[in-house]
Design a protein around this ligand. Structure first.
Ligand code: ADE
Length: 253
């Protein structure tokens, strides 16, 4: 899978992309991230990429010229994009649809994605209207630019690609992947400062361990993110267990 990143701050990207799982994925040819400096597509002496907003008011706005030229020099003229778009051009912005595991799964089905990182107060509206095909926000808060959101998106999508994670069951059991928060994990030692690993995990009884993990995931989700239970895939046994949690929490009120 290939990402084309367009940014005014290309120096932000290497340290993250050259570490750990993403580095290995790139070395194995599973992931390719090309970072393009929008400033390289300016033609004036000062390499201007922003300007004051028409109509006044504070802040600066990213000019359309360098952004269009950067994206089109890499993807080709936007007028040649077929519908549905061959390569999505995603603007990272707090105004976008909120990024979730579902959105990561959807994006992981593309072979190539362009990410446009906004800076300053925003981008000229013609970029949004005529170049961008999707807008994504990483959450309801405002950052100084779209670079961290782009890295978040790349990270979440890359780890869903076949073979990127070492473990063959990969991302299947992740928090959110199955619509629930993940069960608790333990490793050696079996007792640390008097705190013991639950006996069931040392029992070697895989059916019992699976049941315990499922119930822990359900209980955690019920406690911390009850909203997720409305969309999770639940068996009749799960539902019975949740009913039990509900009546327990009601009786504690
Ligand atoms: N740029 C600034 N804030 C952002 C956010 N929350 N998500 C995506 N891009 C952004």
């Amino acid at each position: 899978m290939q990402f084309e990143v367009f940014t005014l701050l290309p120096e932000i990207f290497p340290s993250y992309l050259e570490s750990s799982i993403l580095q290995r994925a790139r070395q194995r040819g599973l992931l390719d991230v090309r970072v393009h400096n929008i400033r390289d597509y300016t033609h004036d002496k000062h390499h201007t990429t922003d300007d004051t907003p028409y109509g006044g008011g504070g802040g600066m706005v990213m000019k359309p010229g360098p952004v269009f030229e950067a994206v089109e020099s890499v993807l080709g003229p936007i007028s040649l994009q077929t519908q549905p778009v061959a390569v999505p051009v995603i603007l990272l912005t707090p105004q976008g649809r909120v990024f979730t595991q579902r959105v990561a799964e959807e994006l992981s089905r593309h072979e190539r994605i362009a990410l446009l990182c906004g800076r300053y107060e925003g981008v000229d509206e013609r970029i949004r209207a005529h170049l961008v095909t999707d807008e994504i926000s990483v959450g309801d808060y405002v950052l100084t630019g779209g670079e961290l959101p782009a890295l978040i998106l790349i990270d979440a999508v890359a780890r869903l690609l076949p073979e990127v994670l070492g473990d063959p069951t990969g991302a299947e059991d992740d928090s959110h992947a199955m619509g629930l928060l993940e069960y608790p994990h333990y490793t050696r030692p079996p007792e640390f400062r008097g705190w013991k690993v639950p006996d069931v995990l040392l029992s070697g009884d895989h059916a019992k361990i699976e049941k315990w993990r499922r119930e822990e995931a359900l209980a955690r989700t019920f406690q911390k993110r009850p909203d997720m239970l409305e969309h999770a895939e639940l068996s009749s046994e799960d539902l019975k267990f949740i009913e039990g949690l509900k009546s327990k929490s009601d009786s504690h009120r």
